[in-house]
Write a protein that binds this ligand. Structure first.
Ligand code: ADP
Length: 166
């Protein structure tokens, strides 16, 4: 089984669509191992987006700082989801980074439509509902950064009877 980190961003929480988005992951059979609402500070987000996610190195200072500010607009809900090839499949469900390009049927395509240009005009990170780990290495680093072992729970879901030996 594989684990991935998902964060419901401030725009998701403030729009009141937490339940709708969570339902998508639950109905796909992903198991919630951990979940919490937090208001991360700049340092926490710096590590998440640059030391782990290399956002500043990839996209530049301006986009990086806008994104960190946008992530502090309000609380976020962080969670660990577990499933078969969870990293890749959750990313597929989340869709492209820019909502304009995200396909219908994906979370970003169904719940947002904005583009980078509109975000740049107001100096914001593009509001795209959720974060999901980009690859397996990033998932491990992000999970360790956001959760300690006592916050992670083990239990059986009904989905597991279809994918695990009895
Ligand atoms: P993803 O979240 O899809 O893995 P990135 O790691 O490249 O994408 O970017 C992190 C976050 O920064 C994005 O989800 C988005 O909110 C914001 N972002 C990325 N690129 C831009 C951009 N060109 N303009 C505005 N915001 C951006």
């Amino acid at each position: 089984m594989e684990r991935t980190l998902v964060i419901f961003k401030p725009d998701c929480v403030m729009r009141g669509i937490v339940g709708l988005i969570l339902t998508r992951f639950e109905q796909a059979g992903f198991k919630i191992l951990a979940m919490k609402m937090v208001k991360p500070d700049y340092q926490h987000l710096y590590k998440h987006y640059e030391e782990i996610g290399t956002l500043k190195s990839r996209k530049g200072e301006e986009i990086f700082e806008s994104q960190l500010a946008s992530m502090q607009d309000g609380p976020v809900i962080a969670m660990i989801l577990e499933g078969i090839e969870a990293v890749e499949t959750v990313r597929k469900m989340v869709g492209e980074t820019e909502p304009k390009k995200a396909m219908p049927g994906t979370i970003r395509g169904d719940f947002a439509h904005v583009n980078y240009g509109a975000a740049a005009k107001v100096g914001r990170g593009v509001a795209n509902i959720v974060h999901a780990s980009a690859d397996k290495t990033e998932a491990v680093s992000e999970i360790n950064h956001w959760f300690n072992n006592e916050e992670i729970f083990e239990y059986k879901t009904v989905h597991e009877q279809f994918t695990q030996p009895s």
